[in-house]
Ligand binder design. Structure first.
Ligand code: IPE
Ligand code: IPE
Ligand code: MG
Length: 247
């Protein structure tokens, strides 16, 4: 039986997050500059988006650029930002065809103007799409997210809009950039690294983590199916014991 048909629809994660890693090492393996790896990562983005939508996943979050990635060589950053503009402009038609809504998380105002513009245009054009939401994490870091949420809430508190007693988990979640989006049940990281690199720390509190040695440019639908099948084998206890879980 092929991998896709082994996936149980009733146990499908509604939100999958992916740390797309290994572009540089993939390029090196092919004797090419790092940018070649980023270019070849676009196909993997397309395939995982399509596969997730076909399966009925509701939210797919892709970590595309972290706040720490500004420390990379200027040339690589420029190439990445240019690639984002090109890809966004091209792929929005596919998103429209597939009824996928685009959303972004991160400090996107600080992106170069052309990248920011392409992103806002993509978000605007796809805003009424319903089948799945594709969330791009751009100039994102979890600590930034938690801090901006805290600042927003401190201000609201100061302005008398919220009171300390009413302050709960939901209030905080709604102040994060991911407001309204359920927490990811499954996190995938490619390239063999086993760390979160400042990604969605609050939102991943109870996510199942899946690490694969595959470099991002080699990631295809089959790899996504494998990750989901692995997820479906796990027992998610949320602090309880096995016997308390309803099958
Ligand atoms: C992930 O691949 C893409 C971005 C972080 C933008 P890398 O560029 O980190 O590739 P490696 O990890 O150096 O191989
Ligand atoms: C994490 O990958 C960020 C993205 C995938 C966008 P990095 O390659 O930047 O992370 P580190 O440096 O290995 O932690
Ligand atoms: Mg990396």
């Amino acid at each position: 039986m092929d991998l896709k048909s082994q996936i149980k629809p009733e146990k499908l994660p509604s939100h999958i997050a992916i740390i797309m890693d290994g572009n540089g090492r993939w390029a090196k393996q092919h004797g090419k500059p790092r940018v070649f790896g980023h270019r070849n990562g676009v196909k993997a983005v397309r395939e995982s988006t399509e596969a997730a939508a076909e399966l009925g996943v509701k939210y797919l979050t892709l970590y595309a650029f972290s706040t720490e990635n500004w420390k990379r060589p200027r040339l690589e950053i420029d190439a990445l930002m240019k690639l984002l503009v090109e890809t966004l402009s091209k792929e929005v038609n596919t998103l429209m065809k597939n009824d996928i809504k685009l959303r972004a998380i991160g400090d996107i105002k600080k992106l170069p103007p052309l990248t920011h513009k392409a992103l806002l245009e993509g978000i605007e054009r796809t805003k009424n799409n319903k089948r799945m939401t594709l969330i791009l994490a751009l100039n994102y870091s979890a600590k930034w997210d938690i801090l901006q949420a805290s600042q927003k809430l401190a201000q609201a508190f100061k302005d008398g809009l919220i009171d300390a007693e009413a302050f709960d988990e939901k209030t905080f979640s709604n102040a994060l950039s991911t407001a309204g989006i359920p927490d990811p049940e499954l996190l995938i990281r490619t390239s063999g690294e086993a760390r979160l690199s400042n990604f969605l720390l609050w939102q991943l509190a109870y996510a199942e983590l899946y690490f694969t040695p595959t470099f991002w440019p080699d990631f295809r639908k089959e790899q996504l199916y494998k990750a989901i099948l692995d997820f479906q084998q796990r027992e998610r206890r949320f602090g309880k014991i096995s016997e308390q879980l309803v099958p």
